[in-house]
Design a protein around this ligand. Structure first.
Ligand code: HEC
Length: 195
């Protein structure tokens, strides 16, 4: 599973400052292997997130939030493809209140979201988790709302401009992803390893 060169290259392009993350226990895998998946999952999600944030900020500065909407599809970003190919993974963002119906959480994802919401309520630190389902490893990390997100995911009355709202509603007629406040759990990074 290890691909040291790419691993290091990716570590360089991420602002990697966090401590190692803990893993959920799993019967049939050693904790060392689970830690490998957690570290690799963390590098992958940070790389994609760093690129997404950079492109999103640049697009908002150039065209405003309404014009930046097309940059929010991680599936359309070249980095997602290159990471997926290099590591043999699928990178997704999933949520229980989807804007794009393709990002809808399944029952396992919803269960993980509940665990993170409970941890937020208890003011605990949120860490990445690794699940081992039928020998497929899945890395999860929380996605939370901050000030930048509100112009497209905050209150329809006070945070999102009417122009942006109109664009969102025309592209995503089933949108459920507004009404968040800073600190809310918005969704999950989900990295599925094909091993
Ligand atoms: C310029 C508007 C805009 C901003 C700013 C924005 N988003 Fe989004 N967000 C979108 C759009 C549009 C989608 C749908 C993307 C797609 O089609 O996959 C989306 C999708 C998502 C998804 C995938 C789940 C879903 O509902 O489809 C997550 C998670 C998410 N955004 C989190 C965030 C977070 C966290 C921030 C702040 C760091 C943020 N977004 C900032 C517009 C925005």
């Amino acid at each position: 599973m290890k691909k040291p060169v790419l691993f290091i290259a990716l570590a360089f392009i991420t602002l990697w400052s966090c401590k190692p993350e803990s893993t959920a226990p799993a019967a049939s895998t050693t904790s060392e292997t689970m830690t490998d998946y957690a570290s690799e999952g963390q590098v992958i999600t940070k790389a994609v997130f760093a690129r997404l944030s950079k492109e999103l900020m640049a697009a908002i500065n150039a065209d405003g939030p309404s014009g930046a909407i097309d940059y929010c599809q991680i599936n359309a970003l070249p980095i997602t493809d290159s990471v997926a190919t290099a590591f043999g993974v699928t990178v997704q963002r999933v949520t229980d209140r989807a804007r794009n119906p393709l990002n809808k959480a399944d029952s396992d994802d919803i269960n993980i979201m509940s665990q993170y919401r409970a941890a937020i309520a208890a003011s605990e630190e949120l860490k990445g988790k690794v699940l081992n389902q039928d020998n497929q490893h899945i890395y999860y990390a929380p996605i939370r709302i901050n000030g930048l997100c509100l112009q497209c995911h905050g209150s329809q009355d006070t945070d999102i401009s009417s122009e942006t709202l109109t664009t969102i509603q025309s592209k995503y007629p089933e949108d459920q992803a507004t009404g968040y406040v800073a600190g809310d759990l918005r969704g999950l990074w989900k990295v599925s390893f094909r091993d």
